[in-house]
Design a protein around this ligand. Structure first.
Ligand code: G6P
Length: 479
């Protein structure tokens, strides 16, 4: 039953709204443009339901000041939302990544509060909501993703009260003391309450949200439910996200990937142990701490260059934001100093790559590594840890994992560390490097069971099943 005139007939029954479209533009040497599906697990999981349901994905295509018409890619309708250069600065780099991102990640970097950034966030969120209101069919299911779009659920509900709205936050939701710093805290909470179901990575995050709603909106709550004056009941629950685990394992079994893994080890001097880090170059990832820990192990003689080398892949990210620029300089300096001090002619103690790689190359890195080090200071989930496990089909390899990654709740058989405790991290790295094949297999089997049985399809089915309990026709794939 629809009650607004803004929608078009023949619209999409299932709509995903995310800051980014799930495609990257590829420009050929002759200037022709094509689109390639980006490597994220979310699009892989949602593609089947999108196709079956006549779905649409609404998002920004990544370039400023450019209006593109909706187009279909791989059977999915993509609806680009334009952003001006000023909006990229104020909404994307500003409020999303200069205010919310640091605030939600334990204020590791100080969040900045600027009223003009907030105004841009409201304007852009409204644009996404209006686009969705036009695209969604009557009684459609609309799934809004992540912190860039927290106001969309409420804005969309005002335009289209007929649609069912889900929201999922991919990053941590902060403790109440931190969230309260936000000058627009009530507006953000009310924005999220436009959804029927608000999903978080961890139960603690959902509890933080409910507590904040009670304190700052005056709505009644009971356990995971919020009761609104208009009679609606909103639920807040945890849905820990995962990866396309089978897809990664298949990739890692591909002969070309296996050969590439051997080639990577060869290029690094066939070390006894290869220690690997792969992250977006982000100050939440604990790169400084991890590299320092490895450097100290080498300089103290606890580890020798013949025992182990470290490969750190850092994917460029948000490069115009000041705290990311500073981080890049710090890591360049730190790696340079360690290699300068303890390196010799030949493979270096730390090989540092500042670049993005396709999924195949990532799988080859995972396969080549003996130890994976994932040490964020705070992380919503951390999918790299799960990808590594999915690729270790022969039960070898060890994972050093921060207690402050959402994944720590599930991946209990990893070597858990507090990344602020450099000595503790050094010890965990040594233990992981020295683990016997039997110990590796014992831990890896348990980790693999967790990851292979709880994949991204399961996650999407769980969320959509909760969002649409009566009809539950959205199943992505049988699980
Ligand atoms: C995190 C966020 C995503 C975001 C991604 C890449 O995983 O949760 O919403 O898309 O980082 O960041 P970017 O700013 O490049 O979109």
């Amino acid at each position: 039953m629809a009650s607004s005139g803004t929608k078009t007939s023949g619209g999409a029954e299932f709509v995903v709204i995310a800051n980014r479209l799930p495609v990257d533009r590829v420009v050929a040497p002759d200037g022709t443009t094509t689109w390639r599906t980006s490597p994220g697990g979310l699009v892989t999981a949602l593609e089947p339901v999108m196709r079956r349901k006549g779905g649409a994905w609404i998002g920004w295509h990544g370039a400023p000041d450019e209006k593109l018409r909706p187009f279909t890619h791989d059977g999915v309708k993509l609806v680009p939302v334009p952003l001006s250069e000023t909006e990229v600065v104020e909404y994307y780099e500003g409020f999303s990544n200069g205010t919310l991102w640091p605030l939600y990640h334990d204020v590791i970097a100080p969040p900045a509060f600027h009223r003009e950034w907030w105004d841009a966030y409201v304007t852009v969120n409204r644009r996404f909501a209006e686009r969705a209101a036009k695209v969604a069919a009557e009684d459609a299911v609309v799934w809004v993703q992540d912190y860039q779009l927290q106001l969309v659920p409420r804005m969309l509900r005002e335009l289209r009260p007929d649609v069912r709205i889900g929201f999922f936050l991919h990053i941590p939701f902060p403790p109440t003391e931190l969230f309260q710093q936000l000058p627009w805290r009530r507006e953000n909470l009310e924005g999220l309450l436009g959804a029927d179901l608000v999903g978080f990575q961890l139960p603690g995050a959902a509890q933080n949200f409910i507590r904040l709603v009670r304190k700052h909106t005056g709505h009644k709550t009971h356990r995971d439910q919020v009761f609104l004056p208009d009679g609606r009941v909103v639920r807040a629950k945890a849905f820990p996200i995962s990866i396309d685990a089978k897809g990664f394992e298949e990739l890692a079994r591909t002969p070309s990937v296996v050969a590439r893994a051997a080639e990577i080890r060869e290029s690094l001097g066939n070390p006894k142990k290869l220690v690997l880090g792969i992250d977006r170059l982000d100050y939440t990832k604990g790169l400084r701490q991890r590299i320092r820990a490895f450097g100290e192990l080498m300089s103290s003689g606890a580890l020798h260059l013949d025992d182990a080398v470290f490969l750190q892949v850092a994917t460029p990210s948000r490069e115009r934001v000041a705290s990311y620029k500073t981080l890049r300089d710090d890591i360049d300096r730190l790696v340079g100093r360690i290699n300068g001090d303890i390196g010799r002619i030949g493979p270096q103690p730390i090989t540092y790559l500042h670049a993005s790689y396709p999924r195949e190359e990532m799988a080859a890195f995972y396969l080549a590594a003996d130890v994976m080090v994932v040490t964020p200071l705070r992380d919503g989930m951390n999918l790299v840890a799960k990808e590594y496990i999915a690729c270790r089909y022969d039960d070898t390899g060890t994972l050093v994992l921060s207690e402050f990654a959402g994944a720590a709740g599930e991946l209990k058989q990893s070597y858990l560390v507090n990344p602020y405790d450099i000595n503790g991290m050094k010890q965990a790295m040594l233990d992981a490097i020295r683990a016997s094949p039997k110990e590796q297999a014992r831990r890896m089997k348990a980790l693999r069971k967790q990851v292979m049985e709880n994949d991204i399809d399961q996650w999407a089915n769980d969320f959509l099943g909760e969002l649409e309990p009566e009809t539950h026709t959205m199943r992505v794939r049988p699980v």
